[in-house]
Ligand binder design. Structure first.
Ligand SMILES: Nc1ncnc2c1ncn2[C@@H]1O[C@H](COP(=O)(O)OP(=O)(O)OP(=O)(O)O)[C@@H](O)[C@H]1O
Ligand SMILES: [Mg+2]
Length: 270
């Protein structure tokens, strides 16, 4: 029994069998803190190729910190993280650049550069990583912009001229700029109305199906968890408390998990 009195579920328990699945991201024993305050302790997580993993947890629990740690933007005090089979702590500068080319990111804050148009935002990672002519970059950027369901004329607009939903789509287009294998999305549907959020969920699902993307999605959105996520990981008590399907979550005995998946808010959804 752990502190909360909940029965611990073995790591990676899931109705979809983990055996034989290709692990695209693996975190082991991750410890992250700021000063004396520990945010993550002894955290383990696996993400499988081709899945949409929904990452949930209370506000301030460390979801964004973990994403930033995986991306190498926040240092770890201990532990290891491997992506595409390579331990990031042991990767050379060239290996690191090669890995960064294979992932795309949509941050919770500051999704787009305000001084650049949508097209220039989408081209930003291309300029950093690819040597392409401007004409080719323009063509590719327009392709991504259309892929996320934005009209072509959005390309020459600045973020301040777009609605919240359009900004999310543009940020998604930028995360897809380099044809990634893996995308990290931090609260992609927050701030959208339910219809906008549902459309965004459908888009994520379509991209997963058509591009074979693996999606790591931090979310508070119960609808997203029900409709697009293959598996869910819950962050609580500074670690990944449990992973599994939505059905596993419905039966998991932990106060936060129960309240979140079966509490008043969850029932209103039904
Ligand atoms: N650079 C930093 N320096 C000090 N503390 C930080 C820093 N970044 C995050 N924290 C702290 O780490 C904790 C986890 O923050 P984080 O942003 O990961 O929460 P979250 O789970 O993403 O929450 P939300 O759902 O509200 O986005 C918070 O207490 C936050 O104040
Ligand atoms: Mg966050």
């Amino acid at each position: 029994m752990n502190q909360s009195g909940a029965q611990p579920i073995p790591f990676s328990r899931s109705s979809s069998p983990a055996l034989g699945r290709d692990v695209i991201l693996s975190a082991r024993g991750v410890v992250v803190g700021f000063g004396t305050k520990m945010v993550l302790e002894n955290l383990d997580l696996d993400v499988y190729r081709g899945e949409v993993l929904g990452f949930v947890g209370g506000s301030g629990q460390g979801k964004s910190v973990l994403m930033r740690t995986i991306l190498g933007l926040t240092p770890m005090k201990d532990g290891s993280i491997s992506v595409f089979g390579k331990d990031l702590g042991e990767a050379s500068a060239e290996e690191r650049t090669a890995i960064e080319r294979r992932w795309g990111v949509l941050f919770q804050q500051g999704a787009l550069f305000s001084s650049l148009t949508v097209r220039q935002n989408v081209q930003f990672p291309m300029r950093e990583h690819l040597k392409l002519s401007q004409r080719l970059q323009d063509e590719l950027a327009l392709l991504k912009i259309e892929m996320v369901g934005l009209p072509r004329d959005a390309a020459e607009k600045y973020p301040s001229e777009l609605s919240g939903g359009m900004i999310k789509r543009a940020a998604l287009a930028r995360s897809l700029a380099l044809d990634p294998d893996l995308v990290f999305l931090d609260e992609p549907t927050s701030g959208l109305d339910p219809i906008g959020a549902a459309e965004f969920d459908q888009l994520i699902y379509k991209l997963k199906e058509t591009l074979g993307l693996t999606v790591y999605m931090v979310t508070h959105d119960l609808d997203s968890l029900h409709t697009v996520c293959d598996r869910i990981a819950v962050l609580a008590e500074r670690k990944v408390l449990v992973t599994g399907t939505i059905d596993d979550m419905m039966h998991y005995d932990h106060p936060w998990v129960k309240e979140y998946f079966r509490g008043a808010r969850a029932l209103r959804r039904a």
